[in-house]
Each structure stands twice: as structure tokens, then as C-alpha cells.
Design a protein around this ligand. Structure first.
Ligand code: GDP
Length: 296
């Protein structure tokens, strides 16, 4: 991931060698390299434009400190702007509500909702010492419900079973009632996805959102989807009051652009990334660390 971006930026440093300060003309070539590198990494075009404009504004007239070369100073500006486009500060999962804190998982089928629900349960149990209840409202795919039950067993979370014929809203309400009575700190609600954006899916999850009033509504998106991830993110953020994003499959051969685009498109921070299929493959997201990783 990000190999081209890193490579192109090291070329940028070379092109700026010997310049006393950064000017509109001497950063042209550098900006072009950054632009190409971002596009190659599958960053959405409006995001690329915004980032380039910001880098340009900040870099021009930037006095180069004697300890830095102009190339290093330019890369420093890019670093800062990458952090800022990813939301600046790390944003924690919000659990500050009267328990049970409800976390609603939204996203397309195959994005990694069920896997991420399991990973999140493990993280909450082990790192935050929470009592967690898992429930699946995916009545269309019994295999998905079974998969979540298995993950509950593996993580030590409790699992709320579904009765035959129950609708998603009924399942959600019953699970919330159960979580209240049994003093769970967190209720994680996995939902049905579809292969594409679909009105029935959006209506169903919107109803669940209204009914359960989650403190976190996390949009789960597959980083490998590249530009499509951006379109999906836009559709979900328009239909639901999202509070954050889980960006999965960053361990694959994704070009990583989604990490830069998603906050810009949804206005919501990435809170976690999926970095492996296994249950330990979940990390909290740090914009500064990701920016450093991008710059190599
Ligand atoms: P859902 O339909 O959204 O619930 O998606 P699933 O949780 O069933 O995940 C779909 C596939 O992606 C499964 O094979 C998961 O093992 C895999 N998967 C999910 N998250 C990650 C991840 O972060 N890294 C990798 N490599 N695979 C993942």
C-alpha cells in the first residue's frame, strides 16, 4: 500500500534540492507528483483537489528552517495536510451513555460487518473490560447469524438468539431489553447488508437506528473497494446519522486511498481499521500514524 506515493514523494525531495525557499514555481513539479500519487492510490478526485490546494497554500512562502532542506519542508507540509484530511486527532469510540451503549454496524454485504462486530466485542471485553452482548438482525442470511454466534463464543461475548419469523426491529428491541435486564455495558447490533445500495436495506437500518438510538453508528467499508468505497460512504452517510467508520481489509492489496477519502466524504472519523481476518486484526485509527505510513 502507498508504495507509489512514498516513492514519488522521495523524488519530490530531490527536485527541490538547492532551493532556498518554496515558491509557486518550484513546487509545481512536486505538487504534480503528489497529485498523481494520490490518484494512483485511489483517493477520490475532490479529495485530491482539496489536499493539493491546501498543500499549495501552506507551502508557498514557507520559510525553510535552516535544519531542513526545502524538500523536507514540503514533505512536512504534505504530512500535516494528510493528517488534517483524515480528521486530525484520533477519535475514540464513544460509550458515554447510560448502559447498554448500543453500537449499530452498517455497510454492504461482504464489507466485514460481522467480522468487525466480533473484533469489536473482543476489544471491548479485553481492553475496556466491558460486558458485551452481540445480536444479528440479518434475517436473510442464517449463516451470518450463525457466524456471529461463533464469534461470540470465541470472544467471550454473550449472544442474543433470533426466534423464527422475527423482524429486524423486533430482534433489536428484544436484544436491547435483554441487555438492560442482564446489565450488559455494550450491545453490538450487526445488520443485513446488500450487494449494492438498496432502498429496502436503507429503510430497514434507518428504522433500527431510530428504534435503538445507538451511541455509535459505525459504517463498515472495505478498503479494497477503492473509489466505490467513496460512493457507498456517501450513500450511507446521507441515509444514516453515522458517528464513525471502520475501514476493513487494509491488510490486502488495497491502494489505501479510501483512508484519505472517507472522512472527507462522510465528515465522520475512521475509528478502527481491520488489518487481518482474525479476531485480533482490529486497530484504533491514528491519523498521524497513517500519514507517517503513507510517507514511508
Ligand atoms: P459482512 O457481510 O459485512 O458481515 O462481512 P463479513 O464479516 O462476513 O466479512 C466478509 C469477508 O471479509 C470474510 O471472509 C472476512 O473474513 C473478511 N474480512 C473482514 N474483515 C477483514 C480484514 O480486516 N482483513 C481481511 N483480510 N479480511 C477481512
Amino acid at each position: 500500500m502507498f508504495e507509489n506515493l512514498t516513492g514519488r514523494l522521495s523524488d519530490v525531495i530531490k527536485t527541490l534540492k538547492g532551493e532556498a525557499r518554496l515558491t509557486e514555481s518550484n513546487i509545481q513539479k512536486a505538487l504534480r507528483e503528489v497529485r498523481l500519487a494520490l490518484l494512483e492510490a485511489d483517493v477520490a478526485l475532490p479529495v485530491v483537489k482539496d489536499l493539493i490546494a491546501r498543500v499549495k497554500e501552506k507551502a508557498i512562502g514557507h520559510e525553510v528552517m535552516s535544519s531542513l532542506t526545502p524538500g523536507q519542508a514540503f514533505v512536512g507540509v504534505v504530512h500535516q495536510e494528510l493528517i488534517s484530511i483524515m480528521g486530525g486527532e484520533k477519535e475514540d469510540l464513544n460509550l458515554s451513555t447510560t448502559p447498554p451503549a448500543v453500537i449499530l454496524m452498517a455497510g454492504l454485504q461482504g464489507a466485514g460487518k460481522t467480522t468487525s462486530s466480533g473484533k469489536l466485542a473482543k476489544w471491548l471485553i479485553e481492553q475496556k473490560k466491558k460486558k458485551v452482548l452481540l445480536v444479528s438482525c440479518d434475517i436473510y442470511r442464517p449463516a451470518a447469524i450463525h457466524q456471529l454466534e461463533l464469534l461470540a463464543t470465541q470472544t467471550g461475548a454473550d449472544f442474543f438468539p433470533v426466534q423464527n419469523g422475527q423482524k429486524p426491529g423486533e430482534i433489536g428491541a428484544a436484544a436491547l431489553d435483554y441487555a438492560r435486564k442482564h446489565h450488559h455495558d455494550v450491545l453490538i447490533v450487526d445488520t443485513a447488508g446488500r450487494l449494492g445500495i438498496d432502498e429496502a436495506m436503507m429503510n430497514e437500518i434507518s428504522e433500527l437506528e431510530t428504534l435503538l438510538n445507538p451511541i455509535e453508528t459505525l459504517f463498515v467499508v472495505d478498503a479494497m473497494q477503492g473509489q466505490d468505497a467513496v460512493n457507498t460512504a456517501k450513500a450511507f452517510s446521507e441515509a444514516l446519522p453515522l458517528t464513525g467508520v471502520v475501514l476493513t481489509k487494509l491488510d490486502g492489496d488495497a491502494r489505501g486511498g479510501a483512508a484519505l477519502s472517507v472522512k472527507h466524504v462522510t465528515g465522520k472519523p475512521i475509528k478502527f481499521t481491520g488489518i487481518a481476518e482474525k479476531l485480533t486484526g482490529l486497530e484504533t485509527f491514528h491519523p498521524d500514524r497513517m500519514a507517517s505510513r503513507i510517507l514511508g
